[in-house]
Design a protein around this ligand. Structure first.
Ligand code: GLC
Length: 456
């Protein structure tokens, strides 16, 4: 118990030190406070990284930092239609920002992916932003913030960006590679699960927050007509368990017409049956990583699966099966640090072709099968949501064993996550806040209602 208290107080100290101020007002936290490694952009506040810290500040009754974050990032959002095609699109939220001092003046400099390594588009930022706004409203009951004309416009612009007419005909969101937490090339372009789960959550949050007035009428209509098809599409086409595997295994290909079984023309040879039929637990299952023409990416992606549970994008039965998979495949998915960002790793020619030979993303490292302690809070939220607190409790205990010793590393390498990541930052803030948030959720599960949704 004393050990846990030490961890908690050290974590709080690190978190307090990481707060960024804008004209003396707290506005966010830096990504990492590692003094031994060049900061690159880790001295900036990332929208996705700040989410667990923000939720924690709300729990600790310190909403002002979250309010400042929400209102200032909203100001950074692109508001005008861009004529120049090298500019970010209207509605986009930045991946990160930093405070620039210019004499007496200060301003925020945003990165919309236009500076980021690989020039990746931060599609998830605007989705996390709506998620956080809704959590803020739930926590503070200050609905007036979300109802202000600026916030309403911000939500509308995000929805416009996500819901506008596009070329493809699925209800899911089409995005380039590296558009989310995995912000490097990892073969996740197309319709990756993480984006779909966040998209679904954001739609649910926007529906709750947008006023019912004439200005919002079209947006409400667009949201309402998207939710059910998106839910049906993911629950059916992304679901994989032994029964589904059997069906896919015997798929016929080249079927033409409206009522065919193998709609996406998945070639059974492309599915790693031998591994999956051995690996999948009898009572398990999960949502696959991606789906497209002749493409079913069978990797297990944690954020997508956990957020699908939290948002009720996965049905209750599916959520239970996902948690069974985690429980039965503990060594693979949790190992020595909860938890794997994705499983299994891309190897050999797959690594070559899909990552472009990325040395940081070698098999079982970083995004390619590394273990990320930040995922702990989502694991705990998902396990509480489905009444499986023992999973969360055990995971929390495992994390508590090494986080202080490893100076709050960003990620871990190796098949079981036993090595501190080769290039992992120390004092990574979402590792710190993720742990504290996990602990807070575990102590009082009432906070779950700020971040979760019930069945539609
Ligand atoms: C890495 C992660 C990304 C995170 C950033 C800052 O680029 O892949 O998800 O936001 O570091 O911590």
């Amino acid at each position: 118990m004393e050990k846990i208290t030490n961890i908690t107080s050290q974590a709080w100290e690190i978190l307090e030190d990481s707060i960024i101020y804008f004209y003396d007002r707290p506005i966010g936290t830096v990504a990492a406070s590692d003094r031994d490694t060049p900061s690159l952009n880790y001295d900036q506040c990332f929208v996705r990284d700040f989410v667990p810290a923000a939720l924690l500040f709300l729990i600790k009754d310190r909403p002002e930092i979250v309010r400042n974050f929400l209102t200032n990032t909203l100001k950074l959002q692109i508001k005008e239609r861009q004529l120049d095609f090298l500019e970010p699109r209207r509605g986009l939220m930045p991946a990160s920002f930093k405070v620039i001092h210019q004499g007496e003046d200060q301003y925020l400099q945003a990165d919309f992916g236009d500076h980021a390594i690989g020039r990746v588009t931060p599609v998830d930022s605007c989705l996390w932003w709506i998620f956080l706004l809704r959590a803020y409203v739930k926590a503070t009951e200050e609905i007036s913030l979300a109802h202000s004309p600026e916030m309403q416009r911000g939500i509308r612009l995000i929805m416009e960006l996500c819901l506008s007419a596009r070329f493809d005909m699925y209800p899911t969101l089409l995005v380039p590679d590296g558009a989310c937490m995995i912000d490097r090339r990892m073969g996740i372009n197309g319709h990756p699960l993480e984006i779909q789960s966040l998209f679904y959550t954001a739609l649910r949050c926007a529906r709750e927050l947008l006023l019912n007035n004439s200005e919002n009428e079209k947006t409400h209509l667009a949201i309402n007509s998207r939710l059910a098809p998106l839910l049906g599409h993911i629950r059916y086409h992304y679901w994989l368990d032994l029964a589904r595997l059997n069906v896919i295994y015997r798929y016929k290909s080249e079927e033409y017409g409206e009522n065919v079984l193998n709609q996406f023309n998945i070639y059974p040879e492309s599915i790693p049956y031998a591994e999956l039929s051995e690996w999948l637990p009898e009572d398990g299952g999960y949502l696959v990583g991606n789906l497209g023409p002749s493409k079913l990416d069978c990797r297990f992606f944690s954020v997508g699966n956990l957020m699908a549970i939290i948002s009720s994008l996965a049905s209750e039965k599916q959520a239970d099966a996902i948690l069974n998979t985690i429980e039965r495949k503990w060594q693979d998915l949790i190992g020595f640090m909860p938890m794997k960002v994705c499983f299994p790793a891309l190897k050999n020619r797959d690594w070559h072709l899909l990552t472009g030979c990325d040395p940081k993303n070698r098999p079982w490292s970083y995004h390619n099968g590394g273990n990320w302690p930040v995922l702990l809070w989502q694991l705990i939220a998902a396990s509480l949501k489905n009444n499986r607190p023992e999973i969360g409790k055990q995971a929390l205990e495992i994390a508590a064993k090494s986080l202080v010793r490893d100076e709050w590393a960003e990620y871990y390498d190796g098949k079981n996550g036993r090595l501190v990541g080769k290039e992992a930052r120390k004092y990574q803030n979402w590792t710190v806040s993720g742990y504290l948030l996990a602990e807070a959720l575990m102590t009082d599960s009432q906070y779950l209602s700020w971040i979760s949704h019930e069945e539609l």
